[in-house]
Design a protein around this ligand. Structure first.
Ligand code: GLU
Length: 294
């Protein structure tokens, strides 16, 4: 098998220490496997996309010495493929239009919470729209044992999620007509032939949905590895929203060494003074750390 990995940033702001750590982990894993490393700009969420942020992220990756093996893929240019995938799923009968508003869903979840039952979408529109206008498209998840998705994460070990009780039928096309991340990511990874996904552990919760979607679309499931997220002093995931600062592009080695430390990599006694030196030591440390898991 030829290894193909990727880094898939959302251009909501410049690269920061948290996203650099994910980029570095995916880059090192690709290098340790002598595989290809690709970059995908996840710019389909129109309201969250910041103009110029994608170009800024791509330029920072270059300055930090992470060069993609192929031209970057832009999700905003791939909507025809998402349309096709949605049509394919409609033909399987697994997709249905949903007319619930956010408030209706929140209310029913509140009731469920009070009754101590499921917090998943209750499937209100499974049996029809009940006179409401269609707003979103949802994918029906199986009931019973078939709802349980188990996978081996290369860092965090065995993971299990029950899609019926923990998630419920999930949205693939949102009420505001935007494509859901879950659909775009699965279609893009499959089309790019991605074999290994290395990303932050905040996306662990999405993985079972993505594996289920891969099965529904008849595409292969890649290997997963979720690295610990970088948090601020309040324990929140570092993001543009909670004040993560942009990286200092003049001092890439400093930020990269800190990212390597966050990943638990031991670069040995000497501090690398060049990017090549850093990547050589970090790739060897990654291969050692992942041991048989690589
Ligand atoms: N675009 C997502 C993010 O920036 C990452 C998606 C992925 O790696 O699957 O959080």
């Amino acid at each position: 098998m030829t290894y193909r990995g990727r880094f898939a940033p959302s251009p909501t702001g410049p690269l920061h220490f948290g996203s650099l750590t994910s980029a570095l982990a995916s880059w090192l894993d690709a290098r340790a496997h002598r595989g290809a490393w690709l970059v995908r700009i996840e710019d389909i969420d129109g309201p969250r996309t910041v103009p110029g942020a994608a170009e800024d992220i791509l330029a920072t990756l270059e300055r930090f010495g992470m060069h993609a093996d192929e031209a970057p893929v832009w999700q905003s240019r791939r909507t025809a493929r998402y349309e096709q995938a949605l049509e394919q799923l409609k033909s399987t009968g697994l997709l249905y239009p949903c007319g619930c508003t956010r408030k209706e869903i929140a209310d029913s979840l509140l009731h469920a919470h009070a009754r101590n039952t499921t917090l998943a979408y209750p499937g209100t529109c499974r049996s029809g729209l009940h006179g409401k206008p269609a707003r979103a498209w949802r994918l029906r998840v199986p009931d019973g044992a078939a709802a349980v998705i188990t996978f081996e994460d290369r860092w965090q070990r065995e993971q299990t999620q029950n899609l019926a009780t923990e998630v419920g039928d999930f949205v693939l096309r949102r009420a505001d007509n935007q494509w859901a991340y879950q659909l775009a990511v699965v279609v893009d990874d499959a089309d790019a032939g991605i074999t290994h996904i290395v990303r932050g552990a905040d996306l662990m919760d999405s993985t079972a949905r993505q594996i289920y979607l891969q099965r529904c679309l008849g595409v292969p499931t890649p290997c997963y590895l979720h690295v610990p997220v970088v948090t601020n002093e309040r324990g929140e995931k570092l993001s543009k929203q909670n004040g993560a600062t942009a990286l200092d592009s003049d001092r890439p080695l400093e930020a990269l060494s800190a990212a390597a430390r966050h990943l638990g990599l031991d670069l040995g006694g000497s501090t690398p003074t060049t990017l090549d030196g850093f990547y050589g030591a970090a790739t060897a440390a990654w291969a050692r750390r992942m041991g048989a898991r690589v």
